[in-house]
Design a protein around this ligand. Structure first.
Ligand SMILES: [Zn+2]
Length: 246
């Protein structure tokens, strides 16, 4: 590891953002994404304070599906309103549950597990998961996701599911703040949509895009670190030994 400062001068002007993923253009990989047909809907609700444009994945995940919807906000009166549709039955939409239940403890063989409102493993997993029309993901930190959960009472009517991913998140050390299930939004979307549609190629496509996004991030970070801010613990010296000014 080199301790030398970067030789590259900072960009004179901030580059424009991609209108699709909203990342600064050097970080955008949108042109490599081909939208997939999917039986299930995907709704991603993003907390307004989720500001991680460089490493965020909600909009990139949504671009993989022709009918995916991303909304930024704190509350919506109903699932239908959030989706922008006339009707939608929340009981037929799966939401990633924020409670402490771990799939590995309940059923180590399942990548997706439906829970009852009491947080117990539901009977008839197969029938429940087959009846699902769409998937809802809350995009943000743990506390932001919890705020979304409590401000949208219709979420209580949704089918709760938890994930038992076979491998840890590809974020690795890039993101320090733990997400509720340890996965990025794009990884969670891939795992859920692939499991519910029984099409592993969906997860493969989203995971591959995520890896391209992370590789691009690491390339850009070397030349233009100002475009790739990384959250660091407060008050600790940075890698050049200086105290960080926040
Ligand atoms: Zn883009």
């Amino acid at each position: 590891m080199s301790d030398q400062p970067h030789d590259h001068p900072p960009l004179a002007e901030a580059p424009p953002d991609c209108p699709h993923c909203q990342k600064p253009l050097p970080l955008c990989i949108c042109d490599s994404v081909t939208p997939l047909e999917s039986r299930l809907g995907l709704l991603i609700l993003q907390h307004p304070q989720e500001q991680d444009r460089a490493l965020g994945t909600a909009r990139l995940a949504a671009q993989h599906f022709k009918t995916a919807v991303v909304r930024v906000g704190l509350s919506w009166p109903s699932l239908a309103k959030a989706l922008g549709r006339a009707v939608a039955d929340p009981a037929r939409w799966a939401i990633l549950y924020l409670g402490s239940a771990k799939a590995a403890d309940l059923d180590p063989d399942s990548e997706v597990l439906a829970l009852t409102r009491k947080g117990e493993v539901a009977e008839n997993q197969r029938a429940i998961l087959k009846s699902i029309d769409g998937v809802i993901l809350l995009d943000g930190t743990w506390s932001q996701a919890k705020a979304l959960w409590w401000r949208n009472p219709w979420m209580l009517k949704c089918q709760r599911v938890i994930l038992g991913p076979r491998r840890p998140s590809r974020y690795g050390h890039l993101r320090r703040e733990p997400r509720r299930d340890g996965l990025s939004t794009i990884e969670a979307a891939g795992l859920l949509m692939a499991a519910l549609e029984r099409r592993p190629e969906i997860a493969a496509a989203l995971d591959a895009s995520f890896e391209r996004m992370l590789a691009r991030y690491q390339e850009v970070e070397k030349e233009h670190p100002e475009l790739t801010p990384r959250p660091k613990p407060r008050g600790k010296p940075d890698r050049r030994g200086r105290k960080r000014r926040v």
